[in-house]
Design a protein around this ligand. Structure first.
Ligand SMILES: Nc1ncnc2c1ncn2[C@@H]1O[C@H](COP(=O)(O)OP(=O)(O)OP(=O)(O)O)[C@@H](O)[C@H]1O
Length: 231
């Protein structure tokens, strides 16, 4: 579904990613793991073309996303939920969702479908985003990205700072996306939040992919986590 082929990318002249190749398949959760500063967020930004590639390519199905504008990448089927959520705080829940649907109104999710996934947002549809709890804000950020019915969803630390019940709600929606055939790319610091979700894990170190393992290996072989994350 989504493929990175030997991607080099960074900020200005500072190269962060070095020849990163990975694949995220439909109906699977691919976890990007690595220590602080390993390049996980930078990988998501390179997929979205928020930062330009120095070399290599990113493909969605067979079409190249390289050198497209970020909003074109979103329109062509990649939903991005960045760290920190980036909501419009002064707008209501419903208005934030309208922004999500604005670029492709004809086949975007109707509000009813979004609210089925996130019932809590239905009750708060007229509430301003900046008055929502952290967990509700994360739900809104995910809901907004899902409005365009993406084929691929990139989630950057979606459970960061959330209490367990909210964390579980986010994890459940992530599972639902997998069941619906979406390719999910998940960045998480908290291993316990992804251990049972991962279909594949890709370990990054200093901007390079150092190992890719299936989810079962992650669960059955604790040495893998110890080796790469020191946990
Ligand atoms: N806007 C930026 N300008 C310059 N360098 C940056 C920028 N953003 C990140 N970097 C650098 O790129 C490297 C990778 O950062 P990145 O945020 O991708 O790591 P990460 O694996 O997501 O880390 P974390 O788990 O701490 O979020 C780091 O050395 C970081 O300092």
């Amino acid at each position: 579904m989504l493929k990175l082929d030997q991607v080099d990318a960074g900020y200005g002249r500072a190269q962060v990613l070095r020849s990163v190749s990975l694949e995220a398949k439909a109906g699977e959760i691919t976890c990007l793991l690595g220590r602080n500063g390993a390049g996980k967020t930078t990988t998501l930004k390179a997929i979205m073309q928020v930062i330009p590639l120095m070399s290599g390519a990113v493909y969605l199905e067979s079409s190249s996303l390289s050198e497209r504008a970020a909003q074109d990448v979103a329109r062509s089927g990649v939903g991005y939920v960045p760290q920190g959520r980036r909501l419009f705080g002064a707008l209501t829940v419903a208005e934030n969702l309208d922004v999500g649907r604005f670029t492709r109104p004809q086949d975007s999710m109707v509000l009813e479908e979004v609210f089925e996934l996130f019932p809590r947002l239905r009750e708060r549809s007229q509430q301003r985003a900046n008055t929502l709890s952290g967990g509700e804000q994360q739900m809104l950020a995910m809901a907004r990205a899902l409005c365009l019915r993406p084929k691929v969803v990139l989630l950057d630390e979606p459970t960061e700072g959330l209490q367990p019940s909210m964390m579980e709600a986010i994890r459940n929606v992530t599972r639902t996306l997998r069941e619906r055939g979406v390719a999910v790319v998940l960045v998480e610091q908290r291993i316990e939040a992804i251990l049972d979700l991962a279909d594949h894990a890709v370990f990054l170190e200093n901007g390079q992919v150092v190992e890719t393992v299936p989810g079962e290996a992650l669960r059955d072989t604790p040495q893998i986590l110890a080796r790469h994350l020191g946990v």
